[in-house]
Design a protein around this ligand. Structure first.
Ligand code: ADP
Ligand code: ZN
Length: 434
């Protein structure tokens, strides 16, 4: 195995041994904040009482609300003068949470990120363009420092401005891009609209992540842009990108267990789910000094994938994130995840890159409306054909979610698009009628 960090080659025994030692150190460090000092004391957890990895379950869970309640600086565990950077979550689901880093925290984060990139075949000869937003969002600087650590020429393009992105790719022969999947689809379509073939660009690899997306969306990105796209998972509470990443086999995301403890729990009972079952991902930092976070409830739903990976890394693999617990829609009493709708839509060649799920209320009944952008060449077809397409999409979505949607076929580029994470759902049910 070619590796960037020796920890990638560790056996299960070596990983477990390191995890125990690091968990003890992390508990000791975390206790320096009043919040964890109190929490751990109440639970009777001391560093010395951690004897096996199972002892992690004696540590109380930390929720996003816990972090919000400590806003802005209640979880710092080092003298403030040792902190060199702060980040915040994108705030997709409410008040952002803030995370602080020491220089050593930033170094280990950059190492983790460089490890991910090396794993998928990126080398110092590559030209790397970061098309994600900079600023507080961790997908900017987090990936940026990883690329520099690996030794790539790194272009901090930032998000949006498609024309400039493409010019940079062409002029500087960018071979690798970091790009949010919804924007990758948009960029590909935008180039096509101008009569160009996006697959002609020098790009050979895209790192895609930061928002839920389906396997179908990934394949589209790969086909349209003519490259390999690797799923990148992270969250600001656990640094940001570099937490779990696909290897070249694209069969789940290796979570770096020398740096994190990952668990999957039943979101209702808080107990571990049987191996292989879907539940909420819970994560503990093992290498962070400035602001360790213990057993953080990510609200992300996934499962551990069974079996060994042909790449030889034993770091366990997570299935792609099925969605956030917060994203679950309840329509007519049925639980629905937006990704179920995406999976259906992306299977239709007529469907363009953007869609929007709108929840409405009609005479006290829930209505699930799905607005779907249709590619120009199909939109110009006769009414009968479009009607047939609408029927087929309606039926397939119904088969998947067991609710009959109202499907609107709309013109290419007519739905709102965002430069950051896509907003796939609009809930108008609580709004008074106009
Ligand atoms: P926010 O929760 O405000 O969006 P972050 O910017 O920290 O804050 O984003 C982290 C979240 O983004 C994760 O918890 C997850 O829901 C989502 N996410 C990140 N990477 C992926 C990915 N590869 N697949 C699916 N969802 C992802
Ligand atoms: Zn692998």
């Amino acid at each position: 195995m070619e590796f960037f960090d020796i920890a990638e080659t560790w056996s299960r025994e070596a990983i477990s041994a390191a995890q125990i030692v690091r968990l003890r150190n992390t508990v000791e460090q975390a206790m320096k904040s009043p919040f964890y000092g109190q929490r751990l004391k109440e639970a009777g957890v001391t560093p010395g009482s951690i004897r096996s990895l199972d002892d992690v379950r004696r540590i109380p869970l930390t929720s996003k609300d816990d972090l919000r309640a400590q806003y802005p600086d209640g979880l710092i565990c080092v003298p403030k003068s040792e902190l060199v950077r702060m980040h915040a979550s994108s705030g997709t689901t409410g008040t952002p949470t803030v995370v602080y880093h020491t220089q050593s925290d930033l170094n280990s984060w950059a190492d983790l990120m460089a490890r991910c990139m090396y794993m998928v075949g990126i080398r110092r000869e590559d030209v790397f363009q970061n098309m994600a937003g900079y600023g507080l969002f961790t997908g900017g600087l987090g990936i940026h420092y990883g690329a520099e650590r690996l030794g790539c020429l790194t272009i901090p393009a930032g998000a949006g401005n498609t024309r400039r992105q493409v010019k940079l790719v062409r002029d500087f022969k960018t071979t690798v891009a970091h790009i949010i999947p919804s924007y990758a689809l948009y960029l590909g379509a935008a180039l096509r609209d101008e009569g160009e073939d996006p697959a002609e660009l020098p790009l050979r690899i895209a790192l895609i992540g930061a928002e839920p997306h389906t396997e179908e969306a990934r394949r589209r990105i790969e086909d349209m842009l003519g490259l390999k796209a690797y799923n990148s998972y992270g969250l600001s509470e656990m640094n940001g990108p570099g937490v779990a990443f696909e290897c070249v086999h694209q069969n789940g995301l290796h979570v770096w267990e020398d740096a994190y403890i990952a668990e999957i729990i039943d979101p209702v009972t808080g107990e571990a789910v049987p191996d292989g079952e879907v539940g909420e991902l819970v994560m503990t930092t093992l290498c962070r000094q400035g602001m360790p976070v213990l057993r953080y409830r990510t609200r992300d739903l996934t499962r551990f994938l069974p079996g060994e990976c042909p790449c030889g890394r034993v770091h366990r693999r997570l299935d792609r994130i099925l969605g956030r617990a917060d994203d679950m829609l309840i329509v007519k009493g049925v639980n629905i995840y937006p990704m179920q709708v995406e999976q259906v839509l992306m299977g239709f060649p007529e469907v363009g890159q953007n869609y929007l799920i709108v929840l409405e209320r009609d005479d006290f009944r829930d209505v699930l409306r799905v607005k779907v952008e249709i590619r120009d060449e199909y939109f110009e077809e006769d009414m009968r054909k479009l009607h047939g397409l609408r029927e087929r999409i309606t039926r397939r979505i119904h088969d998947e979610i067991l609710v009959t949607p109202k499907v609107d076929l709309v013109q290419h580029n007519s739905l709102p698009k965002s430069e950051g994470k896509a907003q796939r759902v609009q809930d108008l049910r609580d709004k008074p009628a106009l």
